[in-house]
Design a protein around this ligand. Structure first.
Ligand SMILES: *[C@@H]1O[C@H](CO)[C@@H](O)[C@H](O)[C@H]1NC(C)=O
Ligand SMILES: *[C@@H]1O[C@H](CO)[C@@H](O)[C@H](O)[C@H]1NC(C)=O
Length: 305
């Protein structure tokens, strides 16, 4: 009798252990944000959110001021976008919830979720996907915001976000520079992606753009020269424009290409610039696949229409 009981006990344990392992993610709240399953890396993520908060305050002031900066003009063009831009960045500072409460997001606000092994964040998007496997399959991807309808609040941080040599916070006066002859930034702005704080801002901006507009036609343009050339409406819906804008205010940057209206754009067309790796138009990243059937650990949060 005793023997039998203990055998049953062992069996039950064996069945339960994968579930138990996956459902007990550590959670830490900072502001309204949740940092989940990040273990010993939690304090770094919290530090990045803290630094982002103080970094964005002067950026929000700039967007709200009647005399917006050259950085604003460069990356958003039209003053009429300023209320949206400042509202979005204000939402980022506190982590305003635009989604309902969900597993690992008790208040509905964004969750930065570390994936450290297979099976932690599974969804369907053109087949079954595992966020951890997606991270490993794309070595340059350090993070991911997966589009669900209705939008969800999970921002995935890949192992490479922590294991790569990416610096946490940019030193002051980190700026892009302009090649005035061809009226473009030198390079394509990728130097800004060498900082974890900007990567976090880009991911959170994806959440606020997607959750506040619900638009599936949000652009996803990375190259700083292309971001600079987007029309006002596309700029407002492109996450990287927020990063280039914030980074330019943070760096007190003053060097921007001349606006396209100044008649210098003809010159650009004739010059072959190796930094320009494709056509100038944004190619709106129309979301053709929307992820469904999310499972976080053992928590099934299906319920998408
Ligand atoms: C941070 O995350 C990486 C990738 O998941 C992991 O290898 C490392 O052990 C973590 N560091 C700490 C201190 O937990
Ligand atoms: C900012 O948050 C408010 C709720 O406080 C919301 O109504 C608005 O749509 C959000 N705007 C953006 C751009 O995230």
């Amino acid at each position: 009798m005793l023997m039998r009981l203990s055998t049953l006990g062992l069996l039950a344990l064996a069945n339960a252990s994968p579930d138990a392992k996956r459902s007990n993610y550590d959670m830490f709240m900072t502001g309204q944000y949740t940092v989940a399953n990040c273990g010993g890396n939690t304090s770094l993520v919290v530090h990045l959110l803290d630094r982002l908060y103080t970094t964005l305050l002067p950026v929000i002031e700039d967007a709200k001021s009647t005399n917006t900066s050259p950085a604003y003009a460069a990356f958003f063009k039209d003053p009429s976008s300023a209320p949206f831009v400042s509202a979005l960045l204000t939402n980022v500072t506190s982590g305003v919830a635009l989604t309902p409460p969900a597993p690992y997001s008790l208040n509905g606000a964004p969750t930065l979720l570390c994936v450290t092994e297979p099976g932690q964040f599974m969804y369907k998007l053109d087949g079954q996907k595992d966020a951890y496997a997606e991270c490993l399959a794309n070595p340059t991807a350090t993070s991911n915001y997966v589009g669900f309808l209705p939008p969800k609040q999970y921002i995935i941080l890949c192992p490479s976000f922590f294991t790569s040599a990416i610096v946490s916070v940019p030193p002051p006066n980190t700026c892009l520079t302009v090649n005035t002859y061809i009226n473009r930034f030198h390079g394509d702005g990728q130097s800004f992606w060498l900082y974890k704080m900007w990567i976090v801002l880009e991911m959170i901006t994806h959440y606020y753009l997607f959750a506040s507009t619900g638009l599936l036609t949000i652009t996803n343009t990375n190259d700083a020269n292309k971001c600079f050339r987007l029309a006002a409406e596309q700029s407002r819906l492109n996450a990287n424009n927020y990063v280039y804008y914030a980074a330019s205010v943070y760096g007190s940057c003053t060097d921007f290409p001349a606006p396209p209206t100044s008649g210098r754009e003809l010159l650009e067309i004739d010059i072959e610039d190796p930094s320009d790796n494709g056509p100038d138009d944004a190619g709106p990243a129309a979301v053709t696949f929307i992820a469904t059937d999310l499972e976080i650990g053992v928590e099934d949060t299906t319920g998408t229409p």
